[in-house]
Design a protein around this ligand. Structure first.
Ligand code: NAD
Ligand code: DAU
Length: 342
């Protein structure tokens, strides 16, 4: 049996990756290691709790000795590393946590794998990263795997640093690593500090929608299950030492995306068309706000055959429905109750 360690499995993307692996690979033992920070929520994985091939470990990747002891105890064959501090605005408020978790935590995992893995033929260390490491684009062009790194926020600087350490451990110690850099994910279970779940919550409750700057920044949006499918493919078929970009080929200017969201929500909430437009409030721009991200995912398509399966119109409706139907999930976060059930 293969033992796979998934870090950050209680978070947004991690919970979808855990679910995919537990259900699709009953012959693997899946270990979800998560510190359960404010962003970790075991409510996301209630349906996994009784699966015989699912195990939860509460641990902090910053604690190197504990991580090494866990590797010695369980002898994981593979690692899919998602644990991170992930919110750009929080990284501007307090950068240190991002350096500890995203950089030191990643290096602790690399060190533990290096100690345990001798014959590395059947091992893999897969580091999940972001397109934000490449910096900001102008009106045209897209990031490829060879675009030079140019991070601007403490979050993206820490993720860029972790990517460099992963490559360094591959080049120096022959650790069997692979990296992917993905654009903005959307879908169920995203913490309501991020644009879409926050705005869905605010529209529903008739609260202001704080649009940074003029709302002209552009992001590429990918449904979270398409990202999870790409992670599955790259984990199993990606070439050691390589990097793969993952994107939705689905660019939206923030203000256009917000207006689309308002149109859908006014319809679903039985409000008159455009009623919630009045909630839009332009606020001070995010410091160092990257203007535009776009991904060229040609390598992943030509080498591994991956393409997004969920059309944006379908994924967007599904996402709004999920948040409207899972009011309890949201209320437990808003009240803080989700952290009392750890
Ligand atoms: P998230 O914030 O929803 O979840 C992060 C998880 O990591 C949480 O469960 C949290 O408890 C856990 N964690 C944080 N610090 C930890 C520590 N010190 N030890 C152990 N666990 C810890 O994040 P997400 O949006 O699901 O992102 C997951 C990964 O994907 C991150 O590495 C992020 O950089 C990357 N990524 C995210 C996106 C996106 O759009 N959300 C896009 C591309 C890449
Ligand atoms: O590109 C991938 C990245 O996408 C991931 O690496 C990050 O972990 C993830 O958080 C996300 O980063 P962004 O900064 O792009 O996501 P966020 O949801 O915070 O913001 C999306 C856009 O919306 C961005 O241009 C800022 C803007 N925004 C965001 C919030 C929370 C607003 O205008 N108002 C808001 O209140």
């Amino acid at each position: 049996m293969k033992k796979i360690l998934i870090t950050g499995g209680a978070g947004f993307i991690g919970s979808h990756v855990v679910r995919l692996f537990v259900n699709k690979y009953p012959h693997y033992e899946i270990f979800n290691l998560d510190k359960l920070t404010y962003a970790g929520n075991l409510d996301n994985l209630q349906d996994m709790e009784n699966k015989p091939n699912y195990h939860f470990i509460k641990a902090d990747i910053v604690e190197g000795e504990k991580i090494l002891a866990l590797f010695k105890e369980h002898r994981f064959d593979g690692v899919i590393h998602l644990a991170a501090e992930s919110h750009v605005d929080r990284s501007i408020e307090s950068p240190m946590e991002f350096i500890f978790t995203n950089v030191v935590g990643t290096v602790n995992l690399l060190n533990a794998a290096r100690v345990i893995w001798k014959d590395t033929e059947n091992n893999r260390f897969y580091h999940i990263s972001t397109d934000e490491v490449y910096g900001s684009l102008g009106e045209t062009g897209a990031f490829t795997e060879t675009t030079p790194y140019d991070p601007h926020s403490p979050y993206s600087a820490a993720k860029a640093s972790s990517d460099h350490f992963v490559r360094a451990y591959h080049d120096t110690f022959k650790l069997p690593t692979v990296i992917s850099n993905c654009s903005n994910n959307y879908g169920p279970n995203q913490f309501p500090e991020k644009l879409l779940p926050l705005f869905i919550h605010n529209i529903k409750n008739k609260k202001n929608l704080p649009v940074y700057g003029q709302g002209i920044n552009v992001r590429d949006w990918l449904y979270v299950e398409d990202h999870a499918a790409a992670i599955d493919l790259i984990f199993h078929k990606g070439k050691t030492g390589e990097t793969y970009n993952i994107g939705g080929n689905n660019e939206w200017k923030n203000i256009d995306l917000i207006k689309k969201l308002i149109e859908i929500m006014d319809r679903k909430l039985g409000r008159s068309n455009g009623e919630s437009l009045a909630l839009i409030t332009y606020v001070t721009d995010r410091a160092g706000h990257d203007l535009r991200y776009a991904i060229d995912a040609t390598k992943l398509k030509t080498e591994l055959g991956w393409e997004p399966q969920i059309k944006f119109t379908e994924g967007f409706e599904k996402t709004v429905d999920w948040y409207l139907e899972n009011e309890i999930w949201l209320q437990r976060i808003v009240s803080g109750e989700y952290r009392r059930s750890e």
